[in-house]
Design a protein around this ligand. Sequence first.
Ligand code: SF4
Length: 352
Amino acid sequence: MITDLNEVPRTAVTDRFHRPLKDLRISVTDRCNFRCGYCMPKDVFGKNHSFLSSNQLLGYEDIERLVRIFSKLGVRKIRLTGGEPLLRKDLEDLVSKIAGVAGIVDIALTTNASLLSHARAVSLYEAGVHRLNISLDALTPEIYEKINQVPAPLEDILDGIENALKVPYQAIKINMVVQKGVNECDILSMCERFRGTGAILRFIEFMDVGNHNRWNLDKVFTAKEMADVIHPVYPIEPIKANYRGEVSKRWKYLDGQGEVGIISSITQPFCGDCARARLSAKGEVYTCLFASAGYDLRPLLDSQLDDTEILQKLHHLWQDRKDRYSMDRLSQGDLKPLGRTSQKVEMSYIGG
Ligand code: SF4
């Protein structure tokens, strides 16, 4: 029996719907310095909310070990998320460890950029981060503050984005979650702000993630509505996906000012090619953003099991995977959240 991970041939494990495991999203903390209502509403994640303590967090050695194991199962892309990942100490050390794992070809990070100084943008890049996703949901200060519910100046985020644009990242994407009646009025000003800058603006349909964001269909500004707002002012046309399984539908500005993306989990789900697993900061693997339960790896990591034995458990976990929440939500016709007996995991706990 093979006991040395290096001897294990690299196999792209596939699930019940023949979807290969290719991407791993790693939440390095469940804490955030923002309280965006669609993710971490302030009245729920208030001062009495019990976040993970530091000794409950997976250590960087354990995360590196798991990345090595997952890379043997086909994972090639790692996305570091949170909560807000820049709150986790010495994150560059983790990035360097992951960058050293054979088979990992892409490291990305999702941040709200409030802590993204130029020096930090440089150190993350030098450690091995290739791509940044930055969340920004409005340019109107009142709307911006209404959404993230904390006194964080909009300028700080815009400075963070400028800092990132000065560093040669492969890609910088600006993610805006559009909520009907809240911020769709800022779609055009966001286009105007980021067209021609090299940053790719992406509009995201509001999703029923977690259990507390008071989601309902009336609050969804659909992908079609977004395109219908943009096109008359900044004519756009659809362009080919960069790769199979890309979540964002790409559109190019006809005047050559770059591209814009739309992520439509509600009206045009993309579960068919979903190749993503998620690792919580505590060490549980989730096979869907809308999952109710994760598979706890901590006992395995703390046990005498060797890497190949943990690999076999993850192999079975993915092979048994049949998650298609968004497709199932759409196919039931009324687009209501799927009736579940148990609570869904919170997005802030596993990263978007
Ligand atoms: S709903 Fe679940 S299965 Fe579908 S794309 Fe999202 S994470 Fe993947």
